[in-house]
Design a protein around this ligand. Structure first.
Ligand code: PLP
Length: 956
């Protein structure tokens, strides 16, 4: 070996792929033995039908080392220009408290958690979200707030949809105030298009226009987009008189010192929690918020955390009104929201806990005082203000000087907003220093002197908010640090054990992939900063889009959708636009297999389509004769088929190509749900299968952490004929084609800040590594199926008896013999330290297990041992050793207090309860609560932390 060859080999010795993929060569060999396959390639050949394999290999750049990828990202970061952006438009500088940045945003205990469907192992994040909901409801002056939405603009669109669902009189008109943020208006316009709703703009304050429009929804901004502060009471009253819902998009910081819209009668208040400690990040992710009246709670979009009780009668939290999670209602849903922005909502709630109501008010007053001082300086400089009442944003009438003022701002390091030919907007925020304020005053031709009032007396907030103890306790960093740790320790996240969630692909979120998201050159960029300041982002986005195009086989990719469901919606709109452009706008039928994820029919309904369900056969595949029948029935009206591949049952259907061909022959388009992309990467692709468009879940397949229920990114890939019909954005020309249908998200590039994560992943893995990951994912799933099949029937398999990247174990047989239901098994897994697999989806009474490639054999064995031990426990019940109603499964999970209590009345031992397998003692996870009662909590709905604290006080 030459010295240079040797050097190369040594340089590549620590390849990232081997760190990402759990099993090493020896483990793979052992697992193949259990599975009964001669080699990994043999197993793959038995699993993935030859007819759909793409054997060309991915044309991705060769793998980089961890150090090299960080260098690459640094180079990109340095191409972003750091200016202080005072642009406003719903995005503001904010200071992330370091205690929250380090212990939450950069802490896998928080960011690798799953959506809190398994309440008993999610009490920490449920409490954090409850804080968020409490804060939002109180700040907006409304009764109930949800656990977050995607961003302000989509939250406004969700509110409009809710208003339509509640409206009885048949109006199709949405009245939008002219001072609503332009991106919010544009997202509402996109939502309106397929449903035939009309947008009518009205001048702020014009109540006659509201009455004349006879709208079902009225949308207002508070303060207005250019900063104007006015009393909204008259407009809200006019909306109600007209029979519409009054929707107010409000600035959260302003609400700490302004009369909240709820007190003015607003029905819904939405907005962004970005400026509560979450960096701008070139547009996202941030928590959108949604608050409304109690009477509308059953129509609300998104998830809701509520307080209930556990089996011991103690308070415990869980997701409330599960049926209200809209997409479960399928095509009858008014929203498709699934993944939202939990991690960011959690951060915003902690920001409020850290500062408390007094601290928040101090920040707001300071920002307002800065704006007033600057307003006075502008007047000294001979400039006029377009409005004298404002919170933090000035609209300066600069006349002929506006160009020069913008330029002077840039040279001094500031981005201002160009409102129009002569207007300049300046929005202050908590990051602006005294020195910067002086510079700004100088630019406007004045000095910091006087500060005339800018908030009318009637709009000064009189009501209290955030009075609960959690917002008034953690003033020292130690207190906060320990509070965060206390909550974190209640939860099971990936830093504790594998999370075997079918369909949700909980793979490794490597530290190196996460590194760049807190670099200021990415984190502190405003989404509407000038394009010449954001080249680093643009190159990253273009390169990532190209990498994903290669992986999917498609001609182009839009990164704008900020969740998988939003990708479905964006992709279906591309199909709708395509049909309309060809004069086939009458096509309105969307075929969806019965096994589809609930977001599919919900998205189709939002895209204006009529959903026709296609049956599935006994093997879980699309029933091809039924599909052919429905195609024949709807032929000329067929718009699209939505299909998940491999199927939601975890099987590669061999007929997929024929299915796609049949749809195309009838003039329809094929939408592929890419949630199962982890089984395809490098082996086949959506384009190869015959799809026209698909979304990817970058928070499943491409390593963005799940965040406890968000953030996500749901880009869509499209074939060439759909390229002109991708989303675009009114404030950023290069965000999509000029021929596009408008935006589906507030940010031009969606959740841009987290795009370095999938970018790093793909560059680290390289074409061979990423393909090997797919193969390892398939091996891991087949290994689990092989280990469990003696105890649990495996429900679906492909033609050669193999499963794809996940397997469904059937638990329906235990009910008759032992009384054990699938939920008992799920809850019992918590006693073994595991998060349950996906429960009762896509088939009731089953568990869907997806191990991913990142789990090594040792962890898979720990999980399988737990499942087999539970099967033995079920056998003991069947044998009569334990009664059906008193056994380790029915009583699961077991808390420490219970196992350690003086009295123990159960027929099994305490050790069996808590330490059923030897490995458990080495790192015991103690569930903090017993099984949570869902019914009680829905009958007695409580969605704020105030009553919870009252209980704790009473217990003391
Ligand atoms: C996760 C998932 C979705 C929805 O994705 P979100 O990012 O949660 O909106 C859609 N379809 C399937 C099959 C999924 O697993």
């Amino acid at each position: 070996m030459s010295a240079l060859t040797e050097l190369l080999a040594l340089e590549n010795a620590d390849a990232f792929a081997a760190r990402h993929i759990g099993p090493d060569a020896a483990q793979i060999a052992a697992m193949l033995g259990v599975v009964g396959a001669a080699s990994l390639d043999d197993l793959i050949a038995q699993t993935v039908p030859e007819s759909i394999r793409s054997n060309a290999g991915l044309k991705l750049p060769t793998a980089l080392s961890e150090a090299a990828v960080l260098r690459q990202l640094r180079t990109l970061a340095q191409r972003n220009v750091m200016k202080k952006s005072l642009i406003g438009l719903g995005y503001h500088g904010t200071i992330t408290p370091p205690v929250i940045q380090r212990n939450v945003l950069e802490n896998p205990g928080w960011y690798t958690a799953y959506t809190p469907y398994q309440a008993e192992i999610s009490q920490g994040r449920l409490e954090a979200i409850l804080n968020f909901q409490t804060m939002i409801a109180e700040l907006t002056g409304l009764e109930i707030a949800n656990a977050s939405l995607l961003d302000e603009a989509t939250a406004a669109a969700e509110a409009v949809s809710m208003a339509h669902a509640l409206h009885k009189a048949g109006s199709k008109v949405i009245a939008v105030a002219a001072d609503v943020h332009p991106q919010t208006r544009a997202v509402i316009a996109t939502r309106a298009w397929p449903l035939g709703w009309d947008l009518v703009d009205f001048h702020p304050g014009d109540i006659e226009a509201i009455a004349g429009a006879k709208p079902f929804a009225v949308v207002l901004n508070y303060p207005g987009s250019t900063g104007e502060l006015r009393d909204l009471s008259a407009e809200i009253a006019a909306a109600k008189t007209a029979g519409a819902l009054a929707i107010v998009c409000a600035d959260l910081l302003a609400l700490t010192i302004l009369t909240p819209p709820g007190e003015m009668g607003a029905d819904v208040v939405v907005g962004s929690a970005q400026r509560f400690g979450v960096p701008m990040g070139f547009g996202g992710p941030h928590a959108g918020y949604f608050a409304t009246k109690d009477s509308f709670k059953r129509s609300m979009p998104g998830r809701l955390v509520g307080v209930s009780v556990d089996a011991a009668g103690r308070p415990a939290m869980r997701l409330a009104l599960q049926t209200r999670e809209q997409h479960i209602r399928r095509e009858k849903a008014t929203s498709n929201i699934c993944t939202a922005q939990v991690l960011l909502a959690v951060m915003a709630g902690f920001y409020a806990a850290w500062h408390g109501p007094e601290g928040l008010k101090a920040i707001a007053k300071r920002v307002n005082l800065q704006a007033r001082l600057l307003a006075d300086a502008a007047r000294q400089g001979g400039l006029t203000l377009r409005h004298d009442m404002f919170f933090d944003t000035l609209a300066i009438e600069a006349g002929a000087k506006s160009g020069a003022l913008l330029q002077a701002g840039l040279e001094a390091g500031f981005n201002f907003r160009r409102i129009d030919a002569t207007g300049i907007g300046i929005a202050l925020d908590e990051t602006v220093t005294r020195a910067e304020l002086e510079t700004l005053a100088g630019l406007l031709g004045g000095k910091l002197e006087a500060a005339p009032e800018s908030i009318p007396a009637a709009l000064r907030r009189g009501s209290a908010f955030c009075e609960a103890a959690v917002f008034n306790t953690h003033r020292s960093e130690h207190s906060m640090l320990r509070y965060l740790k206390r909550l974190e320790d209640k939860d099971v996240a990936l830093n504790r054990s594998m999370i075997p969630l079918g369909s949700c692909t909980m793979k490794l979120n490597a530290a190196v992939e996460m590194a760049a998201i807190t670099w200021p050159e990415f984190a502190e960029i405003h989404p509407f900063a000038p394009a010449n300041q954001t080249e680093g982002f643009k190159v990253l986005i273009d390169e990532l889009a190209a990498l994903l195009a290669e992986v999917t086989g498609f001609a182009g990719v839009s990164l704008q959708p900020n969740s998988g469901a939003q990708g479905e919606y964006a992709g279906l709109l591309a199909i709708r636009a395509f049909h309309e452009a060809r004069g086939e706008g009458h096509r309105n039928i969307c075929l969806i297999p019965a096994s589809a994820h609930g977001t599919n029919p919900a998205s189709a309904a939002m895209a204006g389509y009529k959903v026709v369900v296609v049956a599935c056969d006994k093997l879980g595949n699309v029933d091809v004769p039924d599909l052919e029948k429905k195609i024949a029935e709807h032929g000329p009206n067929l718009a699209a088929l939505m299909i998940t591949y491999p199927s939601t049952h975890g099987v590669f259907e061999t007929s997929i190509r024929d299915i796609c061909r049949a749809v195309h022959e009838a003039g329809g388009q094929v939408y592929m749900d890419g949630a199962n992309m982890n089984a395809q990467v490098g082996l086949t692709s959506p384009a190869n299968i015959g799809a026209d468009v698909c979304h990817l879940n970058l928070h499943k397949t491409f390593c963005i952490p799940h965040g406890g229920g968000g953030p996500g990114v749901g880009p869509i890939g499209v074939a060439a004929h759909l390229l002109p019909h991708l989303p675009n954005h009114p404030l950023r020309a290069d965000a999509g084609p000029a021929t596009g249908y408008g935006p589906v998200a507030a940010g031009p590039f969606g959740s841009a800040l987290i795009l370095p994560i999938p970018y790093a992943y793909i560059r680290l893995m390289g074409p061979e590594g990423i393909t090997r990951a797919t193969k390892a994912a398939i091996l891991n799933a087949n290994y689990i199926a092989a280990r469990l099949e003696g105890a649990y029937p495996i429900l679906y398999r492909g033609e050669n008896g193999r499963v794809a990247h996940e397997c469904i174990v059937d638990c329906r047989g235990f009910g008759a013999t032992s009384g054990v239901q699938v939920e008992d098994i799920a809850k019992r897994l918590a006693d073994y330290g595991f998060h349950a697999p996906t429960m009762s989806w896509p088939v009731a009474g089953t568990l869907m297990i997806e191990p991913t490639e990142s789990e090594d054999k040792a962890e898979l064995d720990r999980f399988c041992d737990a499942m087999l031990c539970i099967a033995d426990e079920i056998a003991s019940i069947e044998d009569g050793a334990w009664p059906r109603e008193d056994n380790p499964l029915k009583n699961a999970p077991h808390t420490a207090a219970e196992v350690m209590a003086e009295t123990w009345t159960h027929p099994y031992s305490r050790e069996q309860a808590a330490f059923a397998l030897p490995y458990i003692a080495a790192q015991k996870y103690w569930p903090p609560v017993k099984r949570v009662d869902n019914v009680y909590g829905d009958r007695n709905l409580v969605c704020s932390c105030v009553p919870l604290e009252a209980y704790a006080d009473a217990a003391e």
